[in-house]
Design a binder for this molecule. Structure first.
Ligand SMILES: Cc1cc2nc3c(=O)[nH]c(=O)nc-3n(C[C@H](O)[C@H](O)[C@H](O)COP(=O)(O)O)c2cc1C
Length: 193
């Protein structure tokens, strides 16, 4: 199986979110699966313009914006699992991931034109890895709810969100407990994907 990972922390490889992704991908790959990772802060991803140019062709993304979303559309179309990995900013994911989600839900869901078409993401699985400063149940709950609705709308199978708390920049984020919880989440995704 293939996973497409959309990673969206501005703090890159040393970020808390990247630490969760590392644990997740170690298990994913050791089960014999492949993964393609896109680091969204290193890419040019413009916001959706709502032009609905993507709604004419019901078989391909066909987005009119020529930027780094092209390879992401292709990767999503060729993947079984989409992994969204972002810190919580203002109770949701970071801006580049939100832009990518808007582009995906329009270009790959042909619901918005004169003639209704299919979701090109139908049946794919999606999960999320996130880190936050406040308690996860008060920090990541709105992102989780947003993903439940986004996946239902786009006809994806939502496998859940894993959130871990960052206790402050002076403290070590990765503890044995966080590593164990994240590994358990990965195990569960491997069972259900
Ligand atoms: C601009 C900004 C907004 C943030 N908003 C929230 C928030 O709404 N809720 C929360 O719990 N933490 C918030 N945080 C804290 C981060 O989610 C937290 O430190 C996270 O672990 C950072 O992850 P990273 O190292 O992967 O970038 C915010 C941090 C920044 C820089």
């Amino acid at each position: 199986m293939r996973a497409c990972v959309l990673f969206a922390s501005p703090r890159g490889k040393d970020s808390n979110t990247a630490r969760l992704v590392d644990i997740f991908l170690r298990q994913w790959r050791s089960a014999g699966h492949e993964a393609e990772i896109f680091s969204l802060y290193d890419l040019a991803i413009a916001p959706c313009r709502a032009c609905r140019g993507c709604q004419v062709d019901h078989t391909a993304p066909n987005c009119v914006i020529d930027d780094d979303m092209g390879p992401i559309f292709e990767s999503v179309l060729h993947s079984d699992l989409i992994v969204l990995a972002s810190p919580i900013y203002s109770w949701y994911c970071t801006a580049p991931l939100k832009a990518a989600m808007d582009r995906l839900v329009y270009a790959l869901c042909k619901f918005y034109g004169a003639k209704k078409g299919p979701s090109l993401m139908e049946g794919k699985a999606l999960c999320a890895l996130t880190t936050c400063g406040y308690r996860p149940e008060k920090a990541a709950d709105l992102f989780d709810e947003g993903l439940i609705r986004w996946c239902k709308h786009a006809q994806l199978r939502y496998l859940g969100l894993h959130a871990e708390r960052h206790m402050g920049y002076g403290t070590e984020f990765m503890t044995a407990e966080i590593a164990e919880n994240t590994a358990k989440f990965a195990e569960n995704i491997l069972k259900n994907v």
